[in-house]
Write a protein that binds this ligand. Structure first.
Ligand code: UDP
Ligand code: MN
Length: 241
């Protein structure tokens, strides 16, 4: 039996939400022994999200984790941070083995990356496509060893990587009881990975054929302005604020 995979997906209410969850969900449906932790940035559960998750049929847990009010007015919001930290606290309470991965609802994932990340001992990494003007964010690998990071925005980060570009073992998380993601826009990945210290770059497991293949993409869905203007109750969601 394969080690379990825990996929932590932040989501939030907007016209594209159910489309994003549907596309991601049917990708995850191809992956064995997976639990999908869908965590919504909201104060109320959404009947529409629950119906969508049930229709897809991937084993899931659904929680709420609203962004704290103090960050909502900021220009650069720490998007999905309270959601991901809620996922981590669920893992601390409920998971003993396997691997977890932060999969935003709008990205694109080749299912082969899930089978590769499933055996992560500590932290694994791989390239992510369609990030910044460079078009790719990736560990730089020479002779099979990590020698640095390639990313269009370094920002003084120790780990200039994208959220879609790494996975962590549950045991490793348990060994780091304080690890969490900071509410710091642009520094979410870096802050979380630093909170997993100590580990050496040499311990990072390099997937996607030594980081030569792109199997995850930071796609972004174009906003549908017409749908935005409509009152979303027209789509049957009576569970409004
Ligand atoms: N997200 C959220 N609350 C928000 C904005 C975003 O929970 O107010 C979620 C979103 O569903 C996604 C993740 O956080 O899974 C990252 O957000 P987004 O894709 O908008 O960020 P970007 O791709 O621009 O970095
Ligand atoms: Mn995104």
């Amino acid at each position: 039996i394969k080690p379990p995979l825990y996929i932590i997906t932040p989501t939030y209410r907007r016209p594209e939400q159910l489309a994003e969850l549907t596309r991601l969900g049917y990708t995850l449906k191809h992956v064995a022994n997976l639990l999908w932790l869908v965590i919504e940035d909201a104060n109320r559960t959404s009947e529409m999200v629950i119906q969508t998750l049930n229709r897809i049929g991937v084993p899931y847990e659904y929680f709420l984790a609203p962004m704290p009010e103090e960050y909502k007015s900021k220009k650069a919001k720490p998007r999905g941070v309270s959601n991901r930290n809620r996922g981590l606290s669920w893992l601390r309470e409920n998971a003993t083995e396997g691997v977890f991965y932060f999969a935003d609802d709008d990205n694109t994932y080749d299912i082969s990356i899930f089978e590769q990340m499933r055996y992560t001992k500590k932290v694994s990494m791989w390239p992510v496509g369609l990030v910044t003007k460079y078009g790719v964010s990736s560990p730089i690998v020479k002779n099979g060893k990590i020698v640095g990071f390639y990313d269009g925005w370094l920002g003084g980060r120790k780990y200039p990587v994208d959220m879609a570009g790494f996975a962590v073992s549950v045991r490793f998380l348990h060994e780091r009881p304080k690890a969490k993601m900071p509410f710091k826009a642009g520094y979410e990945e870096d802050g979380f990975l630093k909170s997993l210290a100590p580990f050496e770059n040499a311990e990072i497991e390099l997937l996607a054929n030594n980081c030569t293949e792109i199997l995850t993409w930071h796609t972004q869905t174009k906003k549908n302005n017409a749908a935005e203007k409509l009152n979303m109750t027209k789509y049957g969601d009576t569970n409004l604020v």
